[in-house]
Design a protein around this ligand. Sequence first.
Ligand code: SF4
Length: 334
Amino acid sequence: MKFEFTQFYSSNASVLKYLAKFTFLNNHFLILFFELMLFNSFPIQYNEPLFRPPSEAESLILQVTYGCSWNKCAFCEMYSSKSFKIRNEEEIIKDINSTAHAYQGIRKIFLADGNPMILATKKILPILYAIKNTFPKVRRVSTYALPRDILSKSLEELKTLREAGLNLIYIGIESGDDELLLKINKGETYNSTVDGLFKAKEAGIKLSVIIINGLGGTEYSDQHAINSAKILNEIQPEFASALVLSFPFGTEHFKKRFNGNFIPMNIIDLFKEMKTFISYSDLKSTIFRSNHASNYLVLSGILSRDKQQFIDQINNAINNPETAGLREEWQRGL
Ligand code: SF4
């Protein structure tokens, strides 16, 4: 038996509360899970809402910052209810120590919220050292990062962070198309993204990148798909994923934030865009997934090995949406 919490974009406070508290649970923690349910005694008090990538479902989440220092991307409402704050070191170390008493078996830790890499290296290192000393079984420490946060650090600093345990970063590239990046106010370009990610790669840090299906609507769909494939081909990340643009505050709200003419895509348009993206991809060994709560069609495999299979799956979804095993709206958990 295994608990899975894939609904991490949910706005339901109670779901988020339990997601945050039990996100790293697996079979070994089953009894503790029920104890915690009963006594509500989880040692970390999270500042909600709390988010993590789907692949961090079994990780302990440790908040290093609250919110995102940028907080201006047109499509993103993740931290719009929070003011950005860097937590003080003592609080974070306290969370580490209090959790360690109960959960020595933790193997993966995700540093939240938006972009802990904005912290100076000398502020991140004590946290990584504390994790290393307190959780001897931890094999992976990961975090979200912006390309400019990576670029603000020297190669030597990045190597030091990797040696201290930071071995994976998640980057919301969103698109490889400069025109669209401007329209969504990402504050990054194709080149800044490539430069930042190459630097992390050179330091030995693994990369997991995210693009957003439907981000530019019908008007920018082709250039979005083609240039997103192009940037991934250049970076050759270890992991890549696609999620589907969603509108937590409604389409009109997004349109006001989008610096251009946005025409939303229907489900078939979304599949066609994914097909263009996959067709243009030329990845050697990237693990690719579209398993986020927002996706209608779940793809999972390795590019390029599974490229034709993905295209076949997408063609099937386009031609036979009723029988293609798509997620229903209610299953998307948004
Ligand atoms: S940088 Fe990331 S977390 Fe911050 S607003 Fe943009 S998408 Fe959201």
